[in-house]
Design a protein around this ligand. Structure first.
Ligand code: UD1
Ligand code: BG6
Length: 371
């Protein structure tokens, strides 16, 4: 039921403080005199040693689930010190890519039924890799077929375009990184700060949802456009890809997420006074590089929309921007959960304004069970 909402997607966007709370429930140990601060993933406990010792971790998925994995790759690499490679399930299968017993393959899927992801699972299993599932659907083929895993517990998602499952996937994979890294003394302070961030997360998500009216305003200025670019890097490369996917699949507007580090290798040629470009420049170790990206785009008179942390507008874009989206700040690795929400809202309003079907975009299905 949609309740007071016009569409399931809108309802699911607004549910995120609650869906994230459910995802995290019982899995965070806040820490006291008797217990160290940590995470508890019941389904993984028995396999953490094997995962830590693997030679490589592969993240495998399709669409939004692939983006969620991409958003957490930097943290998993940082805390595990195991190389993480990204695989789109269909491409992994097309290449019949090498995979070994010493590998851990993590399959990310909201439905747990996506054909390509499921086939990739069968393939990885037959090569002896440890197979881990991150799924929303208890009893699904991927949940049953993996050696172990974590249910994201985001609740049923009806809108074809994934929203609350995406943020819960990132939250779970962040906890996965914390669990893999839990025996390292050198990263303890870092891990504790992230756990504090996870405890704060539902409140911060509530805060960022207040941008709804502003995103509606922004959508009105963009509704006649043909194209929208999004530039991100680091943790928020995934945000750029996922924001662009939402805009293209729902609002039926061409949109492309671009790794900002690649700007000079092609995309810069597109920049002029008319093409709208969203630059994600929230606070993390890459933000001074994003500052210089903004300067270079401004030097070419780009039509910039800058997403930055609250209070950072004057530092991040001293020469102004056509629009600024100021979001609440949280730990760097959790920022993708916050940053996607205004973009979900933007895609939603663009779709309504352009008169397209929000919950069932043309030609798309919630769960793609054929190749
Ligand atoms: C489990 C219970 C939960 C209960 C909690 C109490 C289930 C589904 N979950 O949650 O109701 O409140 O214990 O401690 O009964 N798995 C896979 N692949 C996947 C996802 C999960 O193999 O893709 C496996 C896990 O390894 C685990 C089981 O399924 O053995 C349940 O996983 P999950 O629901 O995440 O475990 P808990 O959070 O411990
Ligand atoms: C479909 C959905 O294309 O499958 C997307 O429309 C989703 O929202 C993708 O991201 C992958 O699905 P799943 O269930 O494997 O996460």
């Amino acid at each position: 039921k949609k309740g007071n909402y016009d569409h399931f997607m809108q309802k699911e966007i607004y549910e995120q403080p609650e869906s994230l709370r459910t995802t995290l429930r019982g899995r965070l140990i806040p820490g006291d005199e008797s217990k160290v601060k940590g995470v508890l993933l019941g389904g993984l406990k028995a396999h953490l040693r094997t995962i830590r010792r693997s030679r490589r971790i592969l993240f495998i998925g399709c669409g939004t689930s692939f983006h969620a994995a991409l958003a957490t790759r930097p943290l998993v690499e940082e805390l595990s010190e195991v190389p993480v490679t990204m695989e789109i399930a269909s491409d992994f299968l097309d290449r019949r890519a090498p995979i070994y017993r010493e590998d851990t393959a993590v399959f990310v899927s909201q439905s747990g039924e996506t054909a390509d992801t499921l086939q990739a699972l069968e393939y990885a299993k037959s090569h002896g890799a440890l197979c881990v599932g991150i799924t929303n659907t208890v009893g699904s083929a991927i949940s049953r077929g993996t050696d172990c895993g974590v249910h994201i517990n985001a609740g049923c998602e009806i809108g074809v375009a994934s929203t609350k499952a995406y943020t819960s996937q990132i939250a779970v994979m962040t906890m996965l990184a914390l669990a893999i890294g839990e025996d390292a003394i050198s990263t303890r302070a870092r891990r504790e700060a992230i756990i504090d961030g996870l405890l704060d997360l539902p409140g911060v998500v509530k805060e960022v949802l207040k941008l709804d009216e502003k995103m509606k305003e922004l959508a009105a200025t963009l509704m006649e456009e043909q194209s929208l670019l999004l530039f991100g890097r680091g943790y928020n490369y995934a945000t750029a890809l996922e924001g662009a996917l939402k805009v293209k699949e729902l609002a039926l507007m061409h949109s492309e997420g671009i790794l900002a580090g690649e700007m000079k290798h092609g995309p810069l040629a597109l920049v002029d006074e008319t093409l709208p470009i969203i630059v994600i420049a929230t606070r993390d170790s890459t933000c001074s590089k994003q500052q210089s990206v903004i300067q270079q785009l401004q030097a070419r008179k780009g039509r910039l929309i800058v997403m930055c942390a609250k209070g950072d507008a004057a530092i991040m874009c001293p020469n102004g921007a056509s629009y600024v989206i100021e979001v609440p700040h949280i730990q760097d690795c959790l920022q993708p959960i916050i940053n996607i929400i205004p973009l979900q809202l933007l895609a939603y309003h663009l779709t309504v304004l352009r008169g397209f079907n929000v919950d069932q975009p043309r030609n798309l299905a919630k769960s793609v069970t054929t190749e």
